[in-house]
Design a protein around this ligand. Structure first.
Ligand SMILES: *Cc1c(COP(=O)(O)O)cnc(C)c1O
Length: 428
């Protein structure tokens, strides 16, 4: 492939995410997207197997989202959210409150997932302070978890497996526990909370699937156990649905599989259907009421500059229209069945220790970290954009991915990992 001028020039100045730039393969130049496809500079098309880091659930350039963003751009791309209000954000907040379970009714907007987790953590800390309980200054999170890359969110990621072990000791140590997967681990967590619960503001986890920590699945009973323990020890429960939200696990929100609600939920990735950056920390009535006061000091002092960006909210409203149309459920079931059937043969491939599927998430796990750069290249040669992570090669395609395109993804995985030689230096 020839290197366009903009890539050669810009590559001297762009700091790329999650890679050792000196040794990583050059990034692929992209000029266009459509449906579930990424069009490269040289005209080749790759089927996107991971929907641009789990965001583009309706496929790229969806005409309904594009029209909504275009119309909003004509009217007003953005105004500040302090002291001003606009319909796209206010309507989106009301719609999110309506589709989220129970009393998750109060929506704080931000621009990225990590920042929404930071806001949820800040809400939890101040919730207790506002109620006169000042000792709850720490968080309890779980092995295998991932909640973002900023300084505070790093402290609640898995301390060993995560990407942030380099910084252990820099930030305050939180309490890290095992998820209560069975009665014995529930009893252990109960005992830990009996001992240290008084210093814990909130527990946080990704419900049903720990995504970036390795696509680890747990069943809905774990969420019920967490709710029980949080209530018993006066600790808030935060669900990070940044990955699992908006249909990915087969439910609109993963928490709905368990029929329980957290005190705060964070949303981002698929919120705008992969069109624009937007996130939200949504608080329950109980949390919100601790801030509702005649005392100015009880207010949450937070307000990102681009909070409630009107273009992003218009995209999110259009994405919710598509969810309301209701075809996503059948689409996720169709993708899920294809992933189950298509990945099953990988069980016997060299180095594979597990194959698992939930909703539109298909995972092939290896015994040790895989060679991310080399694998990306091998998949691209087969017409697929698949970027493995740690020990897993996984698919999280758009729900609308055509059967023929799912076949391209699945045969790329079977061919490449069937040939072996997958293990390598790891990466994200
Ligand atoms: C991606 C992700 C985040 C971080 O979101 P950013 O937008 O990358 O900051 C946090 N939590 C979970 C569960 C995620 O998947």
């Amino acid at each position: 492939m020839t290197t366009p001028d903009w890539l050669a020039e810009g590559a001297k100045h762009v700091w790329r995410p999650y890679c050792q730039m000196k040794t990583a393969p050059a990034p692929l130049p992209v000029v266009r997207t459509h449906g579930s496809r990424i069009v490269l500079e040289d005209g080749r098309e790759l089927v996107d197997g991971i929907a641009s880091w789990w965001t583009a659930v309706h496929g790229y350039n969806h005409p309904h989202i594009a029209a909504a963003v275009r119309a909003q751009l004509e009217a007003m791309p953005h105004v500040m959210f302090g002291g001003l209000a606009h319909e796209p954000a206010y309507r989106l907040a009301a719609r999110l409150a309506a589709i989220l379970p129970g009393e998750l009714d109060h929506v704080f907007f931000a621009e990225s997932g990590s920042v929404s987790v930071e806001i949820a953590m800040k809400m939890a800390l101040q919730f207790h302070i506002n109620r006169g309980e000042t000792g709850r200054t720490r968080f309890l999170s779980f092995r295998g978890g991932y909640h973002g890359d900023t300084l505070a969110t790093m402290t609640v990621c898995d301390p060993e497996e995560g990407m942030h072990s380099l910084f252990s000791g820099v930030m305050p140590a939180q309490v890290i526990a095992d998820l209560p997967l069975d009665d014995a681990s529930e009893a252990a967590l109960d005992a830990l909370l009996a001992q240290r619960g008084g210093e814990i503001a909130a527990m946080l986890t990704e419900p049903l699937v720990q995504g970036a920590g390795g696509m680890l699945f747990h069943d809905q009973e774990v969420l019920r156990r967490l709710r029980r323990l949080a209530d018993r020890h006066g600790v808030l429960l935060i669900f990070d649905e940044i990955f699992t939200g908006f249909g990915r696990t087969g439910e609109l929100f993963a928490m709905q599989a368990a029929g329980i609600e957290p005190d705060i939920v964070t949303l981002s990735k698929a919120l705008t259907g992969g069109t624009l950056p937007l996130s939200a920390a949504v608080a329950s009535r109980k949390v919100f009421e601790a801030f509702w006061s005649d005392d100015a000091g009880a207010a949450l002092m937070h307000g990102p500059t681009y909070m409630g960006n009107a273009l992003a909210c218009a995209a999110a409203n259009a994405s919710l229209d598509l969810f309301e149309a209701g075809t996503w459920k059948a689409d996720v079931a169709r993708v899920s069945a294809a992933l189950k059937e298509g990945l099953e043969p990988c069980r016997s491939a060299p180095g594979v220790v597990d194959v698992r599927v939930l909703g539109a998430i298909g995972v092939v796990e290896f015994a040790s970290p895989v060679a991310v750069g080399a694998l990306c290249q091998a998949f691209a040669e087969k017409g697929a954009w698949i970027r493995p992570m740690g020990k897993v090669v996984y698919l999280t395609p758009a729900y609308t991915t055509l059967d023929a395109d799912l076949d391209i993804l699945l045969s790329a995985i079977r061919d490449v990992i069937g040939a072996g030689g997958v293990e390598g230096s790891g990466g994200v």
